[in-house]
Write a protein that binds this ligand. Structure first.
Ligand code: 2HA
Ligand code: ZN
Length: 271
């Protein structure tokens, strides 16, 4: 058996959480990531028949039964993942009946997965139905996206439109726009279900006055998606109180989307 601490998926999780912490997006225990791992990726590092303990999920995750997820722990700090991956992360397999998670590695202090794991798994299920290659779900509290939530209507069309105007590449990176949920109690199945419903349509879902969920095929793609939304929100917040002299026009956004061949939300432009 190879040492799991050298596995590429652990390395990626360490690098990503450290990076997000340094960006100031994941204060204290803020944020959580789940990463679908293929059995063939985990097998060189772990005896997959050895279950350390079984943890109830609290909802029916049978559409992802048997799938492995590397996930951040509840109450754990992104800041600490790189120094103690085994204490702050866990590799779990969704049980055959979809009711629980079988811990295969990690959570070494007796901990468990993030309180948002239902929202993550429901989002994985929703995204996999649209894109079978989806593997990552990421939740974080990016500063400017959050700031924008307090000074801008929580409206999908308006918010997407404004974000698209803020950087030329936005419409190319998130042509599907951003889904928006009102403030809701986090850590519940209800917010998980609402997020998953939005994830059928959007890869980015803003949780009003809380943060953002992103989904994608790889850690880089998912991080890049959120990073681009955050950059746009930053430009917005830096300019919102100033007179707007210039803006990217809707016909230019259309030209961009067509030049890059992306399937964008045409109903989010005012043409
Ligand atoms: O895990 O960010 O939404 C901490 C959170 C909850
Ligand atoms: Zn959060």
């Amino acid at each position: 058996m190879k040492n799991i601490l050298t596995a590429p998926f652990i390395e990626e999780m360490k690098r990503t959480t450290a990076n997000m912490y340094r960006l100031g997006w994941d204060e204290r225990n803020g944020g959580n990531i789940s990463y679908l791992i293929e059995e063939s990726e985990a097998e060189p590092y772990l005896d997959l028949s050895r279950v350390i303990r079984t943890i109830p999920l609290g909802f029916d995750a049978s559409p992802v039964s048997g799938k492995l997820f590397l996930v951040t722990g509840t109450g754990k700090y992104f800041k600490n993942v790189e120094h103690d991956p085994e204490g702050n992360l866990g590799l779990v397999r969704v049980s055959a009946d979809g009711q629980s998670a079988e811990l295969l590695w990690g959570f070494s202090d007796g901990g468990k997965f993030t309180s948002e794991f239902p929202a993550h798994l429901m989002s994985h299920i929703a995204r996999l139905a649209v894109d079978p290659e989806n593997r990552v779900v990421m939740h974080t509290h990016p500063t400017y996206t959050l700031a924008m939530n307090y000074i801008y209507e929580l409206d999908e069309k308006k918010m997407t439109h404004t974000l698209w105007e803020m950087c030329t590449e936005c419409i190319v990176v998130f042509p599907d726009g951003v889904g928006v949920l009102p403030w809701m109690l986090c850590g519940t199945n209800e917010i998980g279900e609402a997020t998953a419903e939005k994830m059928k349509e959007f890869r980015v879902v803003i949780w009003g006055m809380h943060g953002v969920y992103g989904a994608g095929k790889t850690m880089d793609e998912t991080f890049g998606l959120i990073e681009t939304v955050e950059k746009a929100a930053q430009i917005y917040v830096l300019t919102a109180h100033l007179p707007r002299i210039n803006t990217i026009q809707d016909d230019q956004l259309k030209t961009l989307a067509e030049a890059f061949g992306v399937n964008y939300r045409k109903d989010f432009l005012n043409l």
